[in-house]
Design a protein around this ligand. Structure first.
Ligand code: SGN
Ligand code: CA
Length: 533
């Protein structure tokens, strides 16, 4: 009798466990805006410690070769949601609205019984489809006292700091709106650390007094590559603005006769104009000190000193915004842990692309050189993915849609172009030899020429077109800093030939037959001329 009872108990427990493990997982997609992997301690400890973000990697898998298909905000988000390259989903650049006739994975999850919510930055120019709840920033959004477009409350303004607010909204939804019987998809999307890098008041004193190591290529002169690297307008010395970015007062600029870079003074005034009196007093206190020190130092500064000074101010502010991202990710993880929501939840931490933190003398992104082409990616799912893994597989933001549908056991539409990462993360076979990249936003801010490329673990073959017609071949193993174009070196002749063939095949596979100009861009430009957009 006793044995039968124990047997029954085991059976009940076993079937409960089975039911639990067969339950479709929750999905929490955490994405920051412009978060460089160099600024996550799970990847690199030189700049900042991010203990909370690192918790996700420790519990799951850290990808060291994750990349985007087009290194810019809205196109990356469109690729994530549609599982398609930019030329097929139509969101080739930041300028035009997302085409909402695209089918996105949240729509599919919602139609299959998932509860769905999105909080933070989307940057599509329209509201997302497929969400039971959303509160999104209009366009780029603001760091202080931001406005939100909401699904149920119209447009609202919330006092406080954007990273804290987006997290409050996310936690409130989990606590008050979640239906426990349903699996959920939660997209938790930070504005930070996007330009113009305003940190939370609580980090100002500490973060504006630190000094950071310079990257090896801070003084890159762009020789050794074709013309686009030199022509881009994202050099810290020549394109980062004194007031708008480095928070030198317009009056200080006037007194030192420093010319404006871009809409320097106007951008500074717009940011400061959003602060309430107590926020402003905190910023003034810190900026007064920075300006007083700068006024003393500036007259004897060489051009190199100016570059160094700007780099330090850039790092202080950029990394300052990440302190609160890390704290707030910690708040979310603490809540999930305390409420037994970790085991069967897929948690992703990523960015819409990487970012240059002084490498090649740059800030911003767009180029295919590693720091902006690659993006941070870590995934935990304790019930299915072994903890503490590292993978150098060539995964992309293109893969998320199919990964999430696969995890929920829903067949993906045939025209999605990625590959589920579930087999890879659970130790089964997974293969990809090369990825495809295509950047379009030119002519535009930062002036990064259009280019497409094939990237393997060993090489990058890049075609810059539109304002120039130039090929680059980068040997990733021999030249990790990506300073030398070896396209015309005779020893690379056969590698070049093979890569050309592979690139042609990839363009065919992904159906990208745009050559000199892009069909979608031209269509949109024509529409714009005719007043249709
Ligand atoms: C703004 C920034 C740019 C940045 C784009 C795109 N300028 O225009 O530096 O490249 O956003 O960023 S700013 O003067 O307005 O700060 S993205 O992340 O949305 O693609
Ligand atoms: Ca971005």
């Amino acid at each position: 009798m006793k044995h039968i009872l124990i047997g029954l108990l085991i059976c009940v427990n076993y079937s409960q466990i089975l039911a639990q493990s067969n339950k479709r997982p929750n999905i929490i997609f955490i994405m920051s805006d412009d978060h460089a992997y160099q600024a996550i301690s799970a990847y690199d400890q030189r700049l900042i410690s991010t203990p909370n973000i690192d918790r996700i990697a420790k519990k799951g898998i850290l990808f060291t070769n994750a990349s985007v298909t087009n290194s810019i905000c809205a196109p990356s988000r469109a690729t994530i949601l549609t599982g398609k390259h930019s030329h097929l989903n139509g969101k080739v650049d930041n300028h035009f609205k997302f085409d909402t006739t695209n089918i996105t994975f949240p729509q599919i999850l919602q139609a299959n019984g998932y509860q769905t919510a999105m909080f933070g930055k989307l940057h599509f120019g329209n509201s997302p489809k497929g969400f039971d709840q959303f509160k999104i920033l209009p366009d780029q959004g603001n760091y202080y006292n931001p406005d939100f477009i909401t699904k149920n409350e119209g447009n609202i303004k919330v006092n406080g700091y954007v990273t804290d607010i987006i997290t409050d909204m996310t936690l409130d939804w989990l606590k008050q709106e979640r239906t426990p019987e349903k699996p959920f998809l939660l997209m938790y999307l930070h504005k930070a650390p996007h330009r113009s890098w305003l940190m939370a008041e609580r980090h100002l004193d500490e973060m504006t007094q630190k000094t950071y190591p310079e990257p090896k290529t801070l003084f890159d002169d762009y020789s050794g590559r074709t013309s686009p690297a030199k022509e881009a307008e994202m050099n810290i010395l020549t394109s980062m603005s004194w007031a708008g970015d480095n928070k030198i007062y317009p009056a200080t600029m006037d007194s030192l006769k420093i010319p404006e870079i871009g809409f320097d003074k106007r951008r500074f005034a717009a940011e400061m104009g959003r602060l309430n009196p107590s926020q402003k007093a905190n910023f003034d206190r810190v900026y007064d000190r920075i300006n007083a020190e700068f006024i003393k130092a500036y007259p004897s500064m060489t051009e190199q000193d100016k570059m160094r000074w700007k780099f330090q101010r850039y790092m202080q502010d950029y990394l300052g915004t990440l302190r609160s991202v890390d704290e707030n990710v910690g708040r979310l993880l603490d809540y999930l842990e305390a409420n037994n929501l970790m085991e069967n939840t897929i948690i992703v931490y990523t960015s819409d692309q990487g970012f240059y933190l002084g490498e090649h003398g740059w800030f911003d992104k767009r180029f295919i050189y590693d720091e902006s082409f690659k993006t941070p990616l870590m995934v935990s799912w304790p019930s299915q993915i072994k903890a503490g893994q590292k993978s150098d597989a060539l995964v992309q933001n293109l893969d998320f849609a199919q990964t999430f549908l696969d995890a929920a056991d829903i067949p993906a539409p045939k025209d999605m172009q990625g590959q589920s990462l579930i087999p890879l993360m659970t130790g089964k076979s997974w293969k990809r030899d090369a990825v495809y990249y295509h950047y379009y936003e030119y002519p535009a801010e930062h002036m990064v020429n259009r280019h497409y490329a094939i990237v393997t673990k060993k090489y990058k073959l890049i075609h810059y077109y539109f304002s120039t017609d130039a090929w680059e071949l980068i040997d990733r193993e021999k030249d990790p800093l990506e300073l030398k174009n070896v396209y015309n070196y005779p020893v690379y002749a056969s590698i070049r030939k093979t890569l050309h063939k592979q690139l042609d095949a990839l363009r065919l596979k992904y159906k990208d037959n745009s050559t000199i100009s892009n069909g979608y861009i031209d269509r949109f430009l024509n529409d714009a001329v005719e007043g249709k957009v």
